[in-house]
Design a protein. Structure first.
Lengths: 377, 410
């Protein structure tokens, strides 16, 4: 009788939709999972739920008018979209950006990197069930948001950069305020680490989970912290220098496999934590060496851009953010292609996820720091 | 409670039929009292937990309804009561409807044997602790039923996780309860308390090294049984959406959370009873004799004092559980099982055996210095751990030197 029951019932795997509405996918990302019990047999990332045709919009909007749209490519690190787009158009126009403007750009970008990584590390802890670190991160982010508001008037979608500079200069006393934040942040990071990074459960959940080997990382074109966590020493800020980054001293953080191994989820987490420190160092150097001068070059509001093709890339928080722009000699781009880090991070999932449990997928997905609108544009 | 009833009724000289009616009314009254306590506690704790969580996260928490938001739980309860009770079309309706009540009953019935103070227990049954650990298993049935009947894959995963977890952790819980039962020689909750004394070194937790270890096993396992972080896998919101609760709404949803918060009291009260000397007032050896000697109001004052002692200890543990919840991340399901079967169960057996060994050691007065010094050392160790934890927390809070801009208890 028992034997018969087992024969008729049998076991089979279930297909579960994780998303588009799911608390841990951070936005409308859909993952179809094939589960055997709690173990994932196969995964199918289903992208496209947040497609907003940003590349097509660039063909219909003037170059200047497209700057706010670049904020929306990756809403958590809007400065990098701004910068990559402005650098591309500046290359086509052949104009030089004043040194002060470059410094202002660097300060804004590195502040943005800090708050993005705060969110990334915080949500990762939240995915693992610890709510408090996330809100402590948000608390610090709020302070940067206040600074950002004073820099450019916006708290999330900054729309700060212009062709040949930035939209406005620092208001009086803002540099002191940013330095005060950097000092405070130096004390905040150890507190954050005591709260969550050194936590035994947290480490146990992350080490040896979702290991990406250096070869695999290169093969899938990962970028940013995800690539560096696999042990590859590559940073656009240092290896393809742009803006005024060569003037600053900073360390390119690579995964060292504390506790676990190089390329696991904990390594990715630690790279983000340490990158925040490095960003704070860059900000301090930039504020201390901030030159006097113009913050913008004189330019027509809607410049007519000479025909040509150009690719410009910046080291965004999620890897290489690149804009390939084709101009046909009018005030509107002929074609734009945006390369983002989140898309490649999504594409590696089917390779590394099978064999993990659902809870591991949540941890891994958090450690890849995928932002939905950046995947689909 | 029963003595009080007998004293009252014996003066009335009722015939058997009326007598049974009066008894029934008395039982219903006690049940209503306990239910009222449970409901109020669950409600108020839901607010307190949210305020404490807010404080820990540098945010405000609910502060709009009533002074400091203290009536928020009534507003929430009313809101959920008035909400539409959505039952999805594809669910197994009878099971889906029944599950919340099973969870609620399992938790509520445990209150029957829980002491609240000297002589204050709804039903002073001899198998008290056994009854409690048996009746709270009802919860797993309800959770599994909810997960299965919801006809939702996430719910099913949550329900099955919960069943595996609660049943596994029954074993270390039972073993650490037995460790104490061996020392006390009784299952009756009130008598277990009477076996202990008022001062910390008279408590069962510091009785011997094995009961000291059993306390930590018991605390961790009961967190797991109550589905609290770091063992809240069945309702892990970032993995399983809301676990077995996913399809529930309105009042049925509230019933689950009612049970969860009431369970906070149940677990803390059991810890207080078994390990921390229950309602024993420090410095008083025989509270029962004292109460029977004192007359009039003095009697009730002593009972009130015992209630105060019991509530203080219990509420402290309620706070600790909340504290743990908002600090730690969640374990993975296999790590949870490893912890139970590889560590807690063997250590639990060792504790039980070791504790049993202590009961057969010579009890002559010549050995008293040995027992007392051991208890004092364990007490110092226990309080040392607690003080170190608190000191560390204060250090962490002060490290950032952060001015919190919110008035917390405005």
């Amino acid at each position: 009788m028992t034997k018969l029951m087992i024969e008729t019932l049998g076991t089979e795997s279930t297909v579960v939709n994780m998303g588009p509405q799911h608390p841990s996918t951070h936005g409308v990302i859909s993952l179809r999972l094939q589960l055997k019990g709690e173990v994932i047999e196969a995964i199918d990332p289903n992208v496209g739920y947040l497609h907003r045709s940003i590349e097509k919009i660039s063909e219909l909007t003037q170059y200047t008018g497209f700057i706010p749209y670049t904020d929306r490519v990756d809403y958590l690190s809007a400065m990098f979209g701004n910068q990559a787009w402005c650098m591309a158009v500046e290359k086509l126009l052949g104009i030089q950006v004043p040194r002060r403007a470059e410094y202002l750009r660097v300060i804004a970008c590195e502040l943005n990197r800090i708050i993005n990584h705060l969110i990334a590390c915080g949500t990762m802890a939240m995915d693992l069930g610890a709510f408090t670190p996330f809100l402590h991160g948000i608390r610090e982010r709020e302070k940067v948001n206040d600074i950002m508001e004073k820099i450019c008037g916006a708290r999330l979608n900054y729309n700060y950069m212009r062709f040949g500079g930035v939209s406005r200069d620092f208001i009086r006393g803002l540099d002191k305020e940013i330095l005060a934040f950097v000092d405070r942040f130096k004390k905040f990071l150890p507190e954050f680490n005591r709260l969550i990074t050194g936590n035994e459960i947290f480490e146990k959940r992350l080490i040896h989970i979702g290991v990406i080997s250096p070869e695999l990382a290169i093969a899938y074109g990962l970028g940013g912290p995800n690539l560096r966590a696999s042990g590859i020493d590559f940073d656009l800020r240092r290896d393809f220098p742009y803006s005024v980054y060569p003037e600053f001293k900073f360390r390119v953080v690579t995964g060292e496999g504390y506790r676990g191994e190089v390329g696991d989820s904990f390594a990715r987490y630690m790279v983000r934590i340490e990158e925040m420190e490095e960003s704070a160092k860059i900000i301090r150097q930039a504020i201390e060496g901030l030159p006097e001068g113009d913050y913008q070059t004189k330019l027509l509001r809607n410049p007519v851009v000479p025909a040509g093709e150009v690719y410009s890339h910046v080291e965004s928080t999620r890897g290489e953010m690149g804009f390939y722009v084709v101009s046909n000699g009018t005030d509107t781009a002929y074609r734009t292609k945006i390369r983002t880090g989140s898309f490649t991070a999504m594409s590696i999932l089917p390779k590394i996820v099978p064999g993990l449990m659902v809870a591991d997928l949540v941890a891994l997905f958090g450690s890849l720091d995928v932002v939905a609108p950046e995947v689909d544009r | 409670m029963h003595e009080l009833f007998n004293n009252l009724v014996s003066n009335w000289h009722l015939n058997p039929v009326l007598m049974s009616v009066v008894t029934l009314l008395w039982i219903l009254m006690i049940a209503a009292l306990v239910l009222a306590f449970m409901a109020t506690f669950a409600g108020v704790t839901s607010w307190i937990e949210r305020r404490i969580a807010g404080r820990m996260m540098s945010r405000v928490g609910p502060n709009r309804v009533g002074p400091g938001g203290s009536l928020q739980w009534i507003a929430d309860g009313l809101k959920c009561f008035l909400k539409e009770d959505v039952i999805p079309g594809a669910v197994d309706k009878p099971l889906f409807r029944f599950a919340p009540y099973l969870v609620f009953t399992g938790c509520f019935a445990a209150f029957a044997a829980l002491p609240f103070g000297y002589g204050l227990v709804a039903s002073n049954i001899d198998i008290g602790i056994f009854y409690i650990s048996a009746i709270t298993t009802f919860v797993v049935l309800g959770v599994l039923m909810a997960g299965w009947s919801s006809n939702n894959k996430w719910s099913l995963l949550g329900g099955i996780r919960s069943a595996a977890q609660i049943i596994s952790y029954e074993i270390p819980t039972g073993l650490s309860i037995l460790t104490i039962v061996v020392l006390a020689g009784t299952l009756n909750m009130q008598e277990i308390i009477q076996q202990q004394g008022g001062w910390p070194w008279h408590w069962f937790i510091f009785n011997n090294p094995f009961s000291f270890v059993a306390f930590f096993i018991f605390f961790s396992s009961i967190l797991a049984e109550g589905n609290r972080t770091p063992f809240d896998l069945p309702e892990a919101e970032s993995e399983l959406v809301a676990g077995y609760l996913t399809e529930y709404s309105g009042m049925r949803f509230v019933f689950f959370f009612f049970a969860e918060w009431a369970n906070l009291w149940v677990m803390s009260a059991i810890i207080t009873t078994l390990f921390l000397g229950g309602w024993q007032i420090p410095g008083i050896n025989d509270l029962g004799a004292l109460i029977s000697q004192s007359a009039g109001a003095g009697k009730y004052l002593w009972i009130l004092a015992s209630i105060a002692v019991f509530f203080t200890k219990t509420l402290f543990f309620v706070f600790v559980v909340i504290w743990v919840r908002w600090t730690l991340p969640r374990l993975r399901v296999d790590q949870l099982m490893v912890m139970c079967w590889k560590y807690f169960v063997p250590i639990g057996f060792i504790c039980l055996l070791g504790s049993a060994l202590f009961t057969i050691l010579p009890q002559s007065s010549a050995w008293n210095w040995f027992y007392l010094s051991m208890r004092l050392v364990l007490t110092a160790l226990g309080f040392g751990i607690a003080i170190a934890l608190i000191w560390r927390s204060i250090y962490n809070i002060r490290a950032l030197d952060d001015k919190i801009y919110i008035k917390v208890w405005e």
